[in-house]
Design a protein around this ligand. Structure first.
Ligand code: GLA
Length: 390
């Protein structure tokens, strides 16, 4: 499967740019997040994993001074001079241009490059196809031009490209797990210290199943940035009383209760959700250590309820899918995943129930919206790495 994607891209490279003798080829995965949503930019905890859907890149030094890109899945070209990188009106090139721009700001020289990329991370599904493109490209340039960047540098570079160039004020989760993900392991990240810990997820009796909604995530980036500001507004109020507070990571439920009267209801709900979700991630990691997936699954439902009612980033389709999943036998937990306003739900399903679950959820979704939705059974795989070209 993977070799097929690389072969297909290699053929496309030859067709568009000629020889790929000096190329590097990279696989860069999408991600799931088991629990810990909208906590990363509040310096809290997350529990993601890299998965078996990925973007692939073939990159060569190309012609001096030029950057030429072919997006194989879109059959679309983009080219520009590396000396004048600017935001493009088309959206997809910005995920790559942002990387070049940030590298240049850090004093690196990118002499030129020819790029073909494509993959099977669904776009807008909440599986972070954007981090897959940013980090995959950053990884490839680092290898190709021997830039000497560490894994952490690459993750931060991807995040900066998204923040400054694409314009979404995302946290570090997606880029971090894209780079640090490991086969059969979920990754607990402390988004303040960036310390991380792997937890084995080698269950043959359980699957992580994603159910897509067909809803567009048009609100996602504007509402995302608004949520960030609302969290900061909450922190600003609390900091007047406790100057040591830097982010919602430092806030307890008790402290919120004391000062709730000073906050507008919306701000209070946003803060409450984040404080609860951080506590849930820590407790969910204990569930993992005890192999208690029933308890883990219950926290996923609670996480969804918080995202729906307090953080208000869910959608009717996402709520429908979670509700439907909760009534199907063999489902331990379900919740919306990623930024929200569409995208997909993540479900923890007993392995021998997956086929029935898939059929049932697609049928219920079809009855609701007129067409069945995509359902993916995912496998946890390793983070971004070089892959052989032949
Ligand atoms: C997006 C962002 C992440 C994270 C999630 C929500 O995927 O890129 O940084 O904030 O939303 O948990």
């Amino acid at each position: 499967m993977e070799t097929d994607s690389v072969k297909r891209l290699a053929a496309s490279f030859r067709e568009h740019f000629g020889s790929h003798d000096k190329a590097v080829a990279v696989r860069s995965p999408g991600r799931v997040n088991l629990i810990g949503e909208h906590t990363d930019y509040n310096e809290g905890f997350v529990l993601p994993a890299a998965v078996d859907k990925a973007a692939h890149f073939i990159v060569t030094p190309g012609k001096r001074g030029e950057c030429r890109i072919y997006a194989a899945d879109l059959a679309d070209h983009f080219s520009c001079s590396v000396g004048s990188i600017a935001k493009s009106e088309k959206s997809w090139p910005n995920y790559l241009l942002g990387i070049i721009s940030e590298l240049q700001k850090d004093g690196h020289t990118i002499p030129g490059c020819d790029v073909v990329f494509g993959g099977d991370v669904p776009i807008g599904a909440g599986m972070s196809s954007s981090a897959a493109v940013e980090c995959g490209f950053a990884f490839a340039l680092n290898e190709l031009f021997h830039l000497g960047l560490s894994k952490l540098d690459l993750a931060r570079l991807g995040q900066r490209a998204e923040n400054r160039f694409v314009g979404v004020q995302c946290g570090i989760m997606d880029q971090f797990v894209n780079i640090f993900g490991k086969d059969q392991k979920v990754l607990k990240i402390d988004c303040r210290s960036l310390e991380y810990e792997y937890f084995p997820f080698e269950r043959t009796d359980l699957n992580i199943v994603l159910c897509e909604t067909e809803s567009k995530r048009s609100l996602a980036s504007s509402e995302y940035n608004i949520r960030r500001q609302q969290c900061e507004a909450g922190v600003a109020i609390l900091r007047k009383h406790e100057p040591k507070i830097r982010t919602l990571r430092d806030v307890s439920e008790e402290l919120l209760a004391v000062h709730r009267g000073e906050m507008d209801d919306i701000i209070l709900r946003r803060c409450l959700y984040v404080v609860h979700e951080n506590a849930r991630v820590l407790a969910a990691c204990q569930d993992l250590q005890r192999n208690d997936f029933r308890s883990f699954g219950r926290k996923m439902y609670l996480s969804h309820a918080g995202l729906r009612d307090d953080y208000q980033v869910s959608s009717p389709d996402l709520d429908f899918l979670v509700e439907a999943a909760s009534s199907i036998e063999g489902v331990l937990g379900a919740r919306m995943m990623g930024a929200g306003f569409g995208g997909c739900t993540i479900n923890l399903v007993e392995h021998n129930r997956v086929a029935v679950f898939t059929e049932e959820i697609r049928e219920r979704y079809r009855r609701r919206s007129g067409k069945p939705n995509n359902v993916y059974v995912t496998r946890i795989e390793s983070g971004t790495a070089l892959v052989p070209l032949d």
